[in-house]
Write a protein that binds this ligand. Structure first.
Ligand SMILES: Cc1ncc(COP(=O)(O)O)c(C=O)c1O
Length: 418
């Protein structure tokens, strides 16, 4: 009898331990990154220098733009891109249109740059801003539209750029989650005036923490270089002081007793990338294609398999003319489902699948934005996703076996709960 009870306990214990683990994120730090980190340490040059410049050049080439300016985070990348607009007539408290659903950093960055976010609801199928609703949100104070390519699915850039051109607005892509995404043959980050990427550890190209702004406009890039370094007058692509510790012949050409490094042309930020971060990024770029291919294989497998779970669970699809650059796999508990997101998440978590909620409606579900005066119900789709959306990892350390395991779990859950 006692043996039977012990056997039963063993069985229960074994049954509760997940057969597999699907962690949300991972990071690949290559041998090359390790060598570069050591070289930077040996050279005793850790603040922004030649590795940051090399990383910027390689990143710009990958996205297909002339310029890339590396900073300390994706949020800084967004805030700096917006702050560039002050040099082109924008004023404090002018308005920037953003989707109601995004990671909260999109809204934070608009406020940090000194502008007012004006929210537009998102499409339940694409998770992205609804272009048809943008025009109604434009006022005399609007300066820019800031679409987000959520989960790496490109926003409707053709329509957005058309509206911006008609209303004389700038467009800045929040491409934080869209490394490798393509839209009509062009890469995310090259589809508007500027693109802002996060290089945080969860993303395809990472520097551990970091961000980068991409642009074809050299004037914007100069201002970005000034903004990331306190607004100083130094704007060179490659700073001889920082990269080679040699003499800068521009330094004392500003007039008598004036040092260019201590002339501050605009209100700036302090958000440079450092050499250790750039070293991780340079090594990471060598593995970029492999990482992207693996993530895409995982994502497309899940998108295809999820067709059979409708209407209980829905997800995005890859449309003609676009390539998703997968950040993660998003799915939403459908209106007809008899189970809740919490029940499904709990079921998956207990079986080793890390789950994340699919963000929230920034204006109505994030407490910090209450002061803007929006009320629940103003952004129904964003709010629905905020209450019913989930995302899980599809990163490079996961393979088809992990994806099959996840799909089998969903089958099992729906059989018992749908
Ligand atoms: C859509 C979006 N925008 C902005 C950011 C901000 O990036 P970071 O965390 O590097 O500041 C993130 C973060 O991943 C994001 O997902």
């Amino acid at each position: 009898m006692a043996k039977k009870i012990i056997d039963n306990i063993r069985f229960i214990k074994r049954d509760l331990s997940p057969k597999m683990k699907i962690p949300f994120g991972t990071i690949t730090v290559s041998e090359k990154s390790r060598q570069l980190i050591n070289a930077a340490l040996d050279a005793n040059r850790l603040s922004s220098g030649k590795y940051v410049r090399e990383f910027e050049e390689k990143f710009a080439a990958l996205v297909g733009v002339k310029e890339a300016v590396a900073v300390a985070s994706g949020t800084d990348a967004l805030a700096l891109a917006l702050a560039v607009l002050y040099d082109f007539g924008a004023r404090k408290n002018d308005e920037v249109i953003i989707p109601a659903l995004s990671f909260v950093a999109t809204g934070n960055a608009v406020l940090q740059a000194g502008f007012k976010p004006v929210f537009v609801d998102v499409d339940l199928k694409t998770l992205n801003i609804i272009p048809e609703k943008i025009e109604a949100a434009i006022s005399a104070k609007t300066r820019a539209i800031l679409p987000v390519h959520l989960m790496g699915k490109p926003a409707a850039m053709e329509a957005i750029n058309r509206i911006a051109k008609k209303r004389k607005l700038y467009v800045i892509e929040d491409a934080a989650e869209a490394h490798g995404a393509e839209y009509k043959g062009k890469r995310a980050g090259s589809l508007a005036d500027m693109g802002a990427f996060s290089l945080y550890v969860a993303h395809i190209i990472t520097t551990a923490e970091g961000g980068i702004v991409t642009t074809d406009n050299s004037a914007f890039a100069e201002i970005l270089r000034s903004l990331r370094s306190h607004g100083r007058a130094c704007k060179c692509r490659s700073c001889v002081l920082n990269t080679a510790s040699s003499f800068c012949d521009k330094r004392f050409k500003q007039g008598k007793n004036k040092d260019i490094r201590f002339i501050f042309e605009r209100i700036g930020f302090s958000c440079k990338m450092n050499e250790l971060e750039a070293a991780i990024g340079i090594g990471n770029l060598d593995n970029y294609q492999e990482i992207l291919d693996k993530r895409r294989a995982n994502l497309l497998y899940l998108i295809n398999k999820f067709k059979e779970f409708r209407p209980y669970l829905t997800t995005i699809c890859e449309e003609a003319g676009e390539k998703i650059g997968p950040h993660a796999f998003p799915f939403i508990v459908g209106k007809k489902a008899k189970f809740s997101r919490e029940e499904l998440s709990g079921f998956l978590e207990k079986r080793g699948v890390d789950t994340r909620t699919l963000f929230s409606s920034i204006p109505t579900q994030c407490a910090g934005f209450k002061f803007l005066g929006h009320k629940l119900g103003d952004f129904p789709n964003a709010e629905y996703i905020g209450e019913n959306g989930i995302h899980i990892g599809v990163h490079q350390d996961l393979n088809k076996g992990h994806m099959e395991y996840f799909i089998n779990l969903i089958h099992e859950f729906l059989k018992a709960n749908a």
